[in-house]
Design a protein around this ligand. Structure first.
Ligand code: PLP
Length: 451
């Protein structure tokens, strides 16, 4: 698993939860590492640093306590076994806490963020031949989920918010459009008021994907709670993690019921005899396990603490970079408060951004992403989507619907992503680390811009 993570995080962007560990935890981590990978924690950290791997999750006592409850009673499934589980319902508890903390009526936990997007779309009745508007800068899960349901992703330009451009969104609406799906990338957000207005005017569903911005707010409301549906990921590299997991958020009773049933084979979850439950409609298995929910529960309780650390570190670096005339920052929509998991800034042109990105890497400024050249987050490198490479035949509707990708260009997105660098903000840094890092970044950018 660790080796997989290392490979994955070399190229992926991610948010990071890095908790300080005590000697008891270190002992148990070391025994796990020695059994499975013949190395200890120091060696692992050394390997990670030298592979420019930005970070990973370490679990502390809180996570261990929640996990022990589950292991002690042995019920790993979130539904049923009412007596045997001795009152432990970790998934239900986490759903309640998500509802409270993210200020939403309903949270439905599921197996991943990708599942959450798929379920949110299905819950809103989106399927064959429907069009869903999404941005060119996101994670591949966005179009995967849309296409899994036989719907058609309509990719539109982003602007300096690094999320949906409002004019491009309006222009992409057709008679087939059913939903607009802003992706709140890298800790900040789309202009949700403007998107809400467009959705209301055109009778469209607004689905927020806040997987990368848990902890951020817009006009005082947590991201994910503002649209008709919200989605979040609790995978290993998000600001709070369950290892794997996700959640669908909604204030809409019908969408909630749909998400609840659809994520568990269509079960209606009435009564306490699973075999006797009815299936109002077809579903699938997107369930989260109690083990994952237990970890997520401990992590959610630390969200505010993580955001506060990120904000402190972010502010030091941002203040330092603010003195460079060639640097501008991503626009945060009015009323928005970032999660501070990334500092996103623009340089003068693509060439400068490429040079700064390389110089950062050469000088140990890790975890700063130039997404223009990244395979996972920007349309430029999504050949498998453009060429429709699938294991199974696609419907003729989807094939026809995606033909536009052969010729469509995205100059506005290129303009912003080409000049953008997104730097991960870690929790593990000391103040001294952050100041040193900020000084080095300033030195590199100034030097590159003067050449
Ligand atoms: C914006 C966004 N949406 C969805 C996902 C998918 O989440 P998961 O890895 O939990 O399936 C990710 C994962 O990185 C993401 O960044």
């Amino acid at each position: 698993m660790w080796l997989f993570c290392i490979e994955k995080y070399k190229t992926f962007n991610y948010n990071l939860t890095f908790t300080r560990i005590n000697p008891i935890e270190l002992k148990s981590i070391n025994s796990f590492l020695s059994v499975h990978f013949s190395c200890n924690f120091d060696l692992l950290i050394f390997k990670l640093k030298h592979q420019i791997m930005p970070g990973f999750e370490l679990f502390g006592e809180l996570e261990r306590k929640e996990l022990s409850d589950v292991l002690d009673n042995g019920i790993l499934m979130r539904y049923g076994f009412d007596v045997k589980r001795k009152g432990h319902w970790k998934a239900k508890e986490l759903e309640k806490e998500l509802e409270n903390q993210l200020m939403v009526k309903h949270a439905q936990l599921v197996s991943s963020g990708t599942a959450a997007v798929t379920i949110a779309l299905a819950a809103a009745g989106i399927g064959a031949g429907d069009e869903v508007i999404m941005p060119t800068f996101t994670f591949v899960a966005s179009f995967e989920a849309i296409m899994m349901l036989g719907a058609i992703p309509i990719l539109v330009d982003i602007d300096d918010t690094l999320t949906l451009d409002i004019e491009a969104t309006k222009n992409a609406i057709t008679s087939k459009t059913k939903a607009i799906m802003p992706i709140h990338m890298c800790g900040s957000m789309a202009n949700l008021d403007a998107l809400k207005e467009i959705c209301n005017a055109n009778n469209l569903v607004l689905i927020e994907d806040s997987s990368q911005a848990t902890g951020a707010t817009y006009k005082g409301k947590p991201l994910g709670s503002i649209g008709d549906l919200g989605c979040l990921s609790l995978d290993f590299v998000k600001i709070i993690t369950a290892g794997e997991g996700g959640a669908v958020l909604t204030n809409n009773e019908k969408f909630y019921k749909n998400a609840d049933h659809f994520s568990d084979h269509g079960h209606d979850h009435v009564g306490n005899d699973r075999g006797a439950e009815t299936h109002p409609f077809l579903g699938y298995n997107f369930r989260i396990s109690e083990l994952h929910a237990a970890v997520g529960l401990a992590q959610l309780r630390r969200l505010d603490e993580f955001v506060a650390i990120q904000k402190k570190n972010y502010s030091i670096i941002r203040d330092a970079l603010s003195g460079i005339p060639e640097v501008t920052f991503r626009t945060v929509p009015e009323g928005g408060e970032e999660s501070y998991s990334f500092l996103n800034f623009f340089l003068l042109d693509l060439n400068t951004a490429r040079k700064v990105s390389s110089a950062f890497k050469e000088n140990g400024i890790d975890a700063c992403f130039h997404y223009y050249d990244n395979n996972w987050h920007y349309i430029r490198k999504w050949e498998h989507l453009k060429d429709l490479k699938t294991l199974y035949p696609l419907s003729s509707e989807v094939k026809k619907g995606l033909k536009y990708l052969q010729t469509k260009t995205y100059e506005k997105s290129d303009h912003y992503i080409g000049r953008n660098i997104s730097c991960l903000i870690k929790l593990s840094w000391t103040e001294e680390d952050v100041i040193k890092r900020a000084d080095k970044m300033v030195e590199i950018i100034k030097k590159t811009c003067s050449q």
